[in-house]
Write a new protein. Structure first.
Length: 117
């Protein structure tokens, strides 16, 4: 099983980006999926997560600006990021609890988001 994150890039403050995270391999089901980010010199932090039933949680710093969603038919998760701020600059990682040969937690490789002021 692999998680492949994509969609990062360079954007001006106030702009938007949409991140995608696709799971591949032998997948029997996916429980919780989430996006984390890590800025230089800082610890990795939870940005948003979405449970199997579609319920969501967001970090206070992104509420009202970011929207997490998932398409279980495609084993894919998205993060729509609007009104981006320089403080959102970080490497964004996707994470998921996946049923394959048992239940395991997986991390994607990360995608860089840079917001210029």
């Amino acid at each position: 099983v692999q998680l492949q994150a994509s969609g990062g890039g360079l954007v001006q403050a106030g702009g938007s980006l949409r991140l995608s995270c696709a799971a591949s391999g032998i997948i029997l089901g996916i429980n919780t999926m989430g996006w984390y980010r890590q800025a230089p010199g800082k610890q990795r932090e939870l940005v948003a997560r979405i449970l199997h039933d579609g319920s969501t949680n967001y970090a206070d710093s992104v509420k009202g600006r970011f929207t997490i969603s998932r398409d279980d038919a495609k084993n894919t998760m998205y993060l729509q990021m609007n009104n981006l701020k320089p403080d959102d600059t970080a490497v964004y990682y996707c994470n998921a609890d996946i049923w394959s040969m048992g239940l395991r937690n997986y991390w994607g490789q990360g995608t860089q988001v840079t917001v210029s002021s």
